[in-house]
Design a protein around this ligand. Structure first.
Ligand SMILES: Cc1ncc(COP(=O)(O)O)c(C=O)c1O
Length: 384
């Protein structure tokens, strides 16, 4: 029962601890053979031709911006309902951020709103964005295929932010395979579906983007310089960062990814149990998953606005890990100052934010834990 106090939590077992301990005794602590092995395993798992691991999901998004050569004068779009990192990385490279409202059912970026926004930009002669960051919110795949059909004719590139969605798939695609995008970014923060403590990765099927990601991850240095006079030579060709993932972290990633399928099956079972208890109850709205296999990173419910705060407090008092994901990007002081709009411009996001609560969802929980959470939620809402 102790674990219901947290809305998300890692599950670390003896195999994980052994792998990390063994790596501590090896030749490589920083990025080495374990990182390369983790990259192969990740690419195989999601069905991409390449994976580049890095120090966080944020670093991965930043590297993706650099790989697409996004910079000052460019614009990047994303949805308001996401973690700030999805937008911040555009600012890191000097680009502007603009937002596109979410769909009322999937709570992912709305392809229809993307099409409308392109039309609006064209009519007002604004320069179209160079890229769009498509977030797979709560682990449910966004409609990347339709978005690509809309944006590709305009030369807009697609970065999938799959920080929530390792292990998710649509009926035709595994998230991360980049069938309809340039790159997909994952996070291995402890609340995510697998963890490396901190960590991230970018998958791509483009050899050019892969080499830019690799170079950007290590200061912009190219080590494949051939020089007979200076055999020690390497060259910094671009301005990059130290965004490496250590072998200690990669060893953990390798034992964690082995359990990904098991984690997803467990999360799906918990989700089914939530549905059994909550669907059909008055006032409760759930995310529409369509035909997709969600990674079930978050268990989000929408409750009437006037009941949201009392329900939040009630669950907290019962020591149930309740959260709100997310304060919309346009509500943050920093973005307000940048003038990215307000709630009137993004009505679906505003309605979502006024009603949302995240309930505990992670691999340590049992169906009895879910029953306890649902009993308390139903009591708080008085809908049983
Ligand atoms: C949607 C989304 N994007 C990006 C990130 C950033 O990932 P990290 O914490 O690994 O930098 C997160 C992590 O919380 C996230 O939820």
């Amino acid at each position: 029962m102790a674990h219901v106090k947290q809305y998300g939590r890692q599950l670390i077992d003896q195999e994980d601890i052994r792998a990390v301990t063994e790596t501590l005794g090896s030749d490589f602590l920083t990025q080495g053979p374990k990182a390369a092995e983790f990259e192969s395993e990740l690419a195989r798992t999601v069905g991409s031709s390449a994976a580049v691991v890095c120090s966080s999901g944020t670093a991965g998004l930043h590297l993706a911006m650099l790989a697409l050569e996004i910079g000052p004068g460019d614009t990047v779009w994303t949805a308001p309902i996401t973690f700030v990192a999805s937008a911040n990385v555009a600012l890191y490279v000097g680009a502007n951020v603009d937002l596109v409202d979410i769909d009322d059912g999937s709570w992912n970026i709305s392809p229809q709103r993307v099409a409308e926004k392109i039309e609006h930009y064209r009519q007002t002669r604004k320069t179209l964005p160079k890229a769009i960051v498509v977030v797979h919110f709560a682990g449910c795949p966004a409609d990347t295929k339709t978005i690509r059909e809309i944006v590709e004719p305009h030369g807009i590139r697609i970065i999938e932010d799959a920080s929530h969605a390792l292990g998710a798939s649509t009926p035709t695609e595994r998230v991360g395979s980049c069938q309809h995008s340039d790159m997909t970014v994952f996070s291995f923060h402890p609340v995510k579906n697998i963890t490396t403590g901190e960590g991230g990765a970018v998958t791509t099927s483009s050899a050019l983007l892969e080499s830019r990601l690799r170079q950007g991850r290590t200061h912009g240095i190219n080590r494949d310089v051939v020089s007979a006079d200076e055999p020690w030579r390497y060259d910094q060709e671009t301005l990059g960062f130290n965004y490496r993932l250590s072998d200690i972290q990669s060893a953990l990633g390798l034992t964690q990814i082995k359990k990904l399928n098991q984690f997803i099956v467990h999360r799906s079972r918990l989700h089914e149990h939530y549905l059994g208890r909550l669907s059909g109850l008055p006032y409760i709205k759930l995310q529409s998953l369509g035909e997709h296999q969600s990674a079930h990173h978050l268990m989000v419910v929408r409750v009437p606005h006037r009941r949201r705060l009392p329900t939040y407090r009630f669950l907290q008092e019962r020591q149930i890990g309740v959260q709100v994901h997310y304060l919309p990007i346009y509500e943050h002081a920093y973005y307000k100052a940048l003038g990215v709009g307000d709630r009137l411009q993004y009505p679906a996001s505003a309605a979502y934010y006024s009603e949302t609560l995240s309930l505990p969802m992670h691999a340590n929980l049992t169906v009895q834990d879910i029953d306890r959470v649902c009993d308390s939620l139903i009591e708080a809402l008085d809908v049983g």
